[in-house]
Design a protein around this ligand. Sequence first.
Ligand SMILES: [Zn+2]
Length: 337
Amino acid sequence: MLRRKLALVTIALLFSTLACRAATRLIFPDTPTPPPTSTPLPPATLTPTPASNANCSILASRILDDAINFEFDDEEASEKTLLVSYVATGDVLSKPFDSVVPSKYADEQNDRATQTEIWNYFTRLIPPEDRAFVAAYAIVTDGSGNILASVAQNTSDAEDWILEVDILDATNKYVLTVTLLHEFGHLLTLNASQVPPSVAIYNDPESNAIYERERKACSTYFPGEGCSLSNSYLNQFFERFWLDFYDEWQSIDAEEDEARRDALIEKFYTKYEEQFLTNYAPTSPMEDIAETLTFFILTPKPEPDSIANQKILFFYEYPELIELREQILSRLCVEFP
Ligand SMILES: [Zn+2]
């Protein structure tokens, strides 16, 4: 339970049936973190494209629609296996560090081209200043389907983050795009400038006592790794859109049995459907804001005719996020000429 809460659960699929909530923070078990080698990555050749460009806007919406409707060849989730880890310095990846893995994953482990292309795509999509704290990148798998990607605090520094991608699920570029934007939603809303990490929790993530102490001392929204700043995107979003039913949601979230909890969340979603953009959003305030940010970037500015749309409009209250949206859309539209 505690582990589940601590995990910066950051799943990336838009479908509740595929979504999984568990992620552990342990990514690099005693992996040395040598200085990155200077393996230059191909520079992104970005030609600014106005995001207001009609074709670009249509493309962005189509990417989202196709991703939502994409059907995975879903197999039963297996334990997450770490295949390869990289240290990231800016855009540059270190040499790969291979884990010992079952032979059935040998091809995926050795597929450096796909591994680096996914990373390069992430760096081309997200402006560097908005992901400077992403200090590691890992290739994992839990079998086909299930978790596609996640982010979490890195083990080397509480303020650093790691991006993990399941290489088996990263074959469709639309789905990958939406997933990476969703993960970026977590990075944007959970990084240290928004949620200063609790050193006590970071140093002793298994301690219930410390976790409870930190949670109770937090008067704003508490996502698990620290207390959100009062004016953070996440806390502002939470106070506006979650306070009314947070008690109800918390009693559901306290359910230990995962299948039962998922069923309860589904019922909760049915009850408040017009407030959520996807059926994955009610999983938690963190997932809701990540889903909403994805819609904010990929869909046209909506009318405030539903709470779900008002959530999208929330981001338009921040000039820096409007600018960020334009930048990401410009970058996206270069990718799909
Ligand atoms: Zn997520």
